[in-house]
Design a protein around this ligand. Structure first.
Ligand SMILES: [Zn+2]
Length: 434
């Protein structure tokens, strides 16, 4: 599946308002479904679909029937998605909050399936044909990519409202696969605040300066906004102006972040056969309310998502390992060396290793995956193989030796044959147990 995004341009104010109405209706349908589920025990997905058609016939809510019937269904699906996630969390007995479905107040999108819109033959225009009669918009993509796909390949169309306009996302059914030339390189990465990440070979990738700049600007704008906030009163025009400014800056930062994440993830996947990262403790991270922290949390998460995506396309292994003691333990002898947050170097009293803190962590992350990933196979032999393989990398000799994937026999089992996805599951299963 591939998502192509285009901006909806050259519509009149009224046309955009009609899109807004469609979005609001979709939200209404979703919330009604959630309400119905709360009031009726044992509601199934099918019941929600039936509810949609009842809603459309209801005289009290005449606007619902204007929304395309498949779009109504996908709103019900969205409600079911959040209900289902709640059920799954309960079943998995996740500690703490289970994500009880909530009512949406500021929904920003509406999803069509196969009907309710019409693309022009040259794919430069889209016309919305349901009861809201939003009419025709020009489609602006960076590349004219839509031309390459047939109408049958377009499975979903989603209209998204952002602070700088309306966008249309096309979900395209196409299997994307790229050729990966085995490099014989494996790496672990440690995501950090100071550097964006440090890999097991000791290379660092920094946060680019333009990002820091726009983050600074965002922080400043945010401060100004909170100064203008009047509790319990109607907000001033100046407040709303500033609010829009902050929203636009947020959008800009998130676009820059996304761009960076894609480039970094792609480069990492192309130059390695195995990439290991640390599963983030999302639950702990969410508690942190600081802006800088929350921005980097979001970008780490996004980065790992892209890593997994590219790993699939290039058919390499990308695994997450649990984040316990990766910073503390010595990557050479395994001695636990306590460190405070400000200690930047790892100094082992046992084997006298001195390493950068993040570099040490990255090596531990890689080691963990190799030890765990092999856990499901015959133990000793593969552990040794794994450690030997790791040892070669840590000594920096790999760049100089020929790596024929068939020459390393067992070791290629882990990441060069078809069981890639199984391996990922194997290692990730270890995380959920902890
Ligand atoms: Zn040591």
């Amino acid at each position: 599946m591939l998502v192509v995004e285009a901006k909806l341009k050259n519509g009149t104010l009224e046309q955009y308002q009609r899109l807004d109405k469609a979005i609001r209706t979709s939200q209404f349908v979703r919330n009604t479904c959630v309400r119905y589920w709360m009031d009726n025990k044992g509601t199934t997905r099918n019941d929600l679909q039936k509810l949609c058609s009842t809603l459309a016939k209801n005289q009290d809510t005449p606007w619902v029937t204007k929304l395309n019937s498949q779009a109504r269904q996908s709103s019900a699906d969205r409600a079911w998605q959040s209900i289902n996630r709640f059920y799954q969390n309960c079943r998995a007995k996740i500690p703490g909050k289970k994500g009880f479905p909530r009512f949406k107040k500021h929904s920003r999108s509406v999803e069509y399936k196969l009907t309710g819109y019409k693309l022009s033959d040259d794919r430069r225009k889209i016309r919305f044909t349901d009861g809201f009669k939003a009419g025709e918009f020009d489609l602006w993509c960076s590349q004219r990519t839509l031309v390459y796909y047939s109408e049958q390949q377009i499975r979903r169309v989603r209209v998204v409202r952002r602070c700088d306009g309306y966008y249309c996302q096309f979900l395209i059914d196409v299997e994307r696969l790229e050729h990966h030339e085995p490099t014989g390189q494996v790496t672990g990465i440690d995501l950090g605040l100071k550097e964006f990440y440090t890999d097991a070979q000791g290379n660092t990738v920094d946060n680019p300066r333009y990002l820091r700049k726009s983050e600074k600007r965002l922080k400043k704008a945010q401060r100004r906004l909170s100064k203008r906030f009047r509790k319990g009163q109607k907000q001033s025009n100046n407040y709303h102006k500033q609010r829009l400014k902050v929203a636009k800056l947020h959008l800009k930062v998130s676009r820059q972040r996304k761009d960076r994440a894609i480039k970094d993830a792609l480069a990492l996947v192309q130059s390695n056969d195995l990439v290991v990262y640390e599963a983030l403790k999302i639950r702990n991270l969410v508690k942190n309310r600081k802006l800088a922290q929350s921005i980097s949390d979001a970008s780490w998460y996004q980065f790992t998502e892209w890593l997994n995506y590219f790993a699939k396309i290039y058919r390499i292994v990308c695994v997450a390992v649990p984040p316990h003691f990766t910073t503390q333990d010595c990557s050479v002898c395994g001695t636990r060396v306590e460190k405070s947050l400000s200690t930047r170097t790892h100094q082992c009293p046992n084997c006298k290793t001195v390493l950068d803190r993040d570099h040490n962590a990255a090596i531990n992350i890689l080691k963990k995956a190799i030890q765990r990933g092999l856990g499901g196979f015959p133990h000793e032999r593969l552990n040794q193989e794994g450690l030997k393989y790791l040892g070669e990398h840590l000594n920096g000799t790999v760049g100089h030796i020929e790596t024929d994937p068939n020459a390393c026999q067992e070791s290629d089992l882990w990441f060069l044959n078809g069981n890639i996805e199984n391996l990922s599951r194997l290692v990730e299963a270890g995380i959920s147990r902890q």
